[in-house]
Design a protein around this ligand. Structure first.
Ligand code: FES
Length: 286
């Protein structure tokens, strides 16, 4: 048992058991007086909103391509690349897989889904917001109240199933491929029936590709790939340059880009659906 050092005029110190049951003292002894519940609540709301929208958009299985009928070449990021035969309505089909029967979006969502679900930032977000483990800094784990026997047996990410979080570094390679594909989609969004043009949708595609790259290159695995395992940076100048100028600055704002890219994916898909269904007209800037 150790005790927080007493300061003159400070409230009575709270005993903290080091090496005791995970989670620290009960919730009633939390010293924080700010609204620490707000952030995990907002994060839970945001994540549930994204999951709900993605499921709806994936099951929609239509309206994911605004093509020649509306004078555009916009393919929703949730359906790109088109791999199954069922998305022949898109301008191009990369795979032509006839055996795939459900919405082609599910074929795509597996990869970015695995990348984001195992991301260090999102782990923190859902451990805090959904598992309350712990819900915030200096707040005990919900399991420490004794309601959950499961959390008392918590072994971190050292055993199944959480050990699977270690696949994150491998999912990064897929994420780079998808970022490349979304960049290609942003380039084709400049394609208009009479040549090169710029629509409001084109801008959305470009912004989406920028956010996706910012999120992907700021990944902790990417940063380690660039700067990790190097004894002397002078021996790896290119990696050092990338680590110092790209990966590290982006990593500092990883949480921000995680959210920006999430919103830009939703906004782009929603926009394509609205244009493809004829609900709105995509204004052309030039
Ligand atoms: S740590 Fe977030 S994407 Fe890798």
């Amino acid at each position: 048992m150790t005790v927080v050092e007493e300061q003159p005029g400070a409230p009575a110190p709270t005993p903290v058991r080091i090496g005791g049951v995970r989670g620290g003292p009960p919730l009633s002894t939390v010293l924080r007086r700010d609204s620490w519940r707000l952030q995990p609540a907002l994060v839970a709301l945001g994540l549930l909103g994204f999951i709900g929208y993605s499921i709806w958009a994936a099951n929609r299985n239509g309206g994911f391509y605004a093509g020649p009928s509306v004078g555009r070449d916009y393919l929703s990021p949730l359906y790109s690349p088109c791999l199954s035969n069922s998305c022949t309505t898109a301008g191009y089909v990369w795979g032509g897989w006839s055996w795939w029967r459900v919405s082609p979006a599910w074929l795509i969502l597996i990869f970015p889904g695995a990348f984001r679900a195992t991301c260090y930032y999102y782990r923190k977000a859902y451990y805090r917001s959904f598992w309350l483990s712990p819900p915030a800094c200096a707040v005990p784990d919900a399991g420490s109240t004794g309601r959950s026997g499961l959390r008392k047996r918590y072994t971190g990410e050292t055993r199944f199933p959480l050990i699977l979080q270690n696949i994150h570094r491998f999912t990064w390679y897929f994420a780079v491929v998808f970022a490349g594909i979304l960049t290609w989609d942003a380039i084709t969004a400049f394609r208009f029936p009479d040549g090169i043009g710029l629509g409001l949708g084109t801008l959305l595609f470009v912004v989406n590709a920028v956010f996706i790259w910012a999120y992907t290159l700021g990944c902790h695995a990417c940063r380690h790939l660039c700067g990790g395992g190097v004894k002397r940076f002078s021996e790896a100048p290119v990696r050092h340059w990338f680590w110092k100028n790209i990966s590290t600055p982006l990593n500092e704002h990883h949480q921000l880009f995680a959210w920006c890219s999430l919103f830009s994916i939703i906004a782009t898909d929603l926009y394509v659906w609205l244009v493809a269904s004829g609900t709105i007209h995509d204004p052309r800037i030039f």
